[in-house]
Structures are given as C-alpha cells and as structure tokens.
Design a binder for this molecule. Sequence first.
Ligand SMILES: [Zn+2]
Ligand SMILES: [Zn+2]
Length: 165
Amino acid sequence: MPHKDPAAAKEYFRQYHIKNRERILAASKAYREANPEKVAAGKKKCYDRIKNDPEFKRKMSERQKRLWRENPEHMKAIARRSYQKNRKKILAKNKIRSNTPERKAREALNRAVKNGNIPRAKTLECSICGKGATQYHHPNYDKSEWLNVVPVCGFCHNDLHGNQN
Ligand SMILES: [Zn+2]
Ligand SMILES: [Zn+2]
C-alpha cells in the first residue's frame, strides 16, 4: 500500500507493527535464535561504529534520549528486562570491582581513620604542595602497605594518578 505522504506511510507502518506485534516479535526472535553469529556481528558493527564515528555516536545517543523522552515507561521496561537478563553478569562484575586492591586499601584506611589510628587527612598538609590535605594517597596497594599513606590535596592527588582535571 504505497503512500505519497511520508507521515501517513510512517503511521501506516506503525499501525501495521502494532497489529502484527506478536508475529513480528516471534519472527525476529526466531531469526535471532537461528543466527546468533549474525546478530553478534551486527551488534559488534554497531559498537565499532559508535566507537569510531562521533557523528554516528551522537545520533545514537540523540535517538536514545528521544526514545526515553517519548516513551519512558517502555524504555524503563526494556532496561529492567535487560537488567534481569544480565543480572548475574552485572553483579559478578560489581563484585570484582568491589574487590579491587584499591578499594580494599581505601576501606582499611577509612577504618583506621575512624578508629583514630591515623589522623584525618584534613588535619595535615599536602606532602607535595604544602597546602591543606584533603585525602590520602596509597603509593602501594599491597596489604602490608594499606596504612602506609601520604596526605595530599585533591589537585596533587589527581596529578599523581595522571588525571586531566
Ligand atoms: Zn597538593
Ligand atoms: Zn592515590
């Protein structure tokens, strides 16, 4: 059914999609299950393009924002489904992250400060620039070095870690 008016054509396809939603979804699911390598290749292509093509990346993020604006409930449902599906992976990843040496060292240090075994960084001077310190730097994250820390200000600490800001 050809349409000269693009808006009418769009509406026609929208209605078609709504009417045949179940059938279309089932067909697309069957296709995905039958061709996992094609689906993975398509996804990879899209990710690569997002990485390498700033204009495409911008368009995709605009599209994502528009979808959220136009249909937040639908997008929330998708996000929830994807979270449920990948829950184990996400949790495992967070667990790994929470067990990083950096984190363990920081937690041990925080405990020591809380117990009064180490003075608060704010009572000390930055060991690099001499201004007021706000935090501690761990030169080494080995367990034996967890409390072997250097008071620093935020600027010098960023510098130490090679951050831009
Ligand atoms: Zn400093
Ligand atoms: Zn540090």
